[in-house]
Design a protein around this ligand. Structure first.
Ligand code: ATP
Length: 307
């Protein structure tokens, strides 16, 4: 299976500043991959190289099986790109700008009237008013224009740099639904984000970049598993935490009085089996588990790295 994106040994230097220090990334077709990392990690640089907006210092990239330098307009038409810093011509209204995009940029292989209907559908979905002038649009509404032009020609690969920046939560949710639809149709999405919870909802796997290096490539579920899980049990009467501590799968245990009962908090880094067996020697009144989130997992990874 040809990867949708394949990056190997990619280096990029801007003068004496090194932005990418030899990264390897593979994005399989029909998947959503989240590119995550703090400011200046190199996400935008890598994405621009995929679009041949920038040239690498060394290393290889393949996009939909092709070298972006050689693919030209034909390859570009198979990609939907949302740049991190979107520049739009403010003189037009949204409708004529989107018509213009459809006309000149990508949609050559899509009949024009279909593409027009498609942008109107997308604009409607994310609440973009096509009659507005571009110059007066808010940051979020400009971002919507960028999203529509990236999705409208139903590209095989979407490369989206900070796609939800400036969007309100309702529009973010709609965007995530659009991403899932693309994936369900076997198309591919490579998106960068600071908002890890959004990557968690949208992506199958995550590539964490830091200071120009890939520090983690993993399935989203596996990243979360690294963090373990926190479970709260309400047990009848007074129960000590100490007997739980040596059990398999238990990393930490604390007990606090809750009225006449005990609230026992267990931090698990393995299976909860042993802890639950011991808990059920008491009367278990309630149980709830916190869903570990990707943000905490990635932050703890950064912390480990810096130590
Ligand atoms: P952010 O999340 O803040 O957008 P990023 O992960 O996208 O960050 P890049 O924009 O790729 O990171 O930047 C990577 C590094 O390269 C940073 O140190 C940045 O300062 C530097 N850099 C980016 N563009 C240029 C440029 N045109 N000239 C010089 N240095 C640059």
């Amino acid at each position: 299976m040809t990867p949708a994106v394949e990056i190997s040994g990619l280096h990029k230097q801007y003068g004496s500043r090194v932005a990418l220090r030899g990264i390897d990334v593979r994005v399989d077709p029909g998947t959503v991959v989240g590119f995550v990392g703090p400011n200046g990690a190199g996400k935008t640089t890598a994405m621009r190289i995929l679009l041949d907006v920038l040239r690498p210092t060394s290393g290889q990239v393949r996009v939909l099986g092709e070298d972006p330098r050689a693919g030209g307009a034909r390859l570009r038409a198979r990609i939907g790109y949302l740049p991190g810093e979107l520049r739009l011509d403010g003189r037009h209204d949204v409708a004529s700008l989107l018509d213009h995009f459809v006309e000149i940029s990508h949609a050559r292989h899509v009949p024009r009237h279909d593409a027009r209907a498609a942008w109107r559908d997308l604009a409607d979905r994310i609440g973009l008013d096509p009659t507005r002038r571009v110059r007066g649009l808010s940051k979020g509404n400009k971002q919507k224009v960028g999203l529509v032009q990236a999705f409208v020609h139903r590209p095989e690969l979407l490369i989206l740099d900070e796609p939800t920046s400036g969007l309100d939560p309702l529009v973010q949710a709609e965007f995530l639904a659009m991403v899932r639809e693309v994936r369900d149709e076997g198309r591919t999405v490579f998106l960068s984000s600071h908002v890890l919870s959004e990557v968690e909802q949208a992506a199958d796997s995550v590539v964490v970049l830091r200071e120009g290096r890939v520090v983690l490539t993993s399935g989203v579920d596996a990243v979360r598993a690294q963090l373990g899980q926190r479970v709260h049990l309400t047990l009848s009467g007074r129960v000590e935490a100490a007997p739980f501590l040596p059990l398999d799968g238990v990393r930490g245990a604390t007990a606090a009085p809750a009225g006449a009962n005990t609230r026992l908090t267990l931090d698990l880094d393995g299976t909860p089996d042993a802890a639950l067996r011991l808990a059920t020697t008491h009367t278990v009144l309630a149980i709830d588990a916190e869903r570990p989130d990707l943000e905490a997992a990635v932050m703890s990874l950064y912390a480990k790295e810096s130590r």
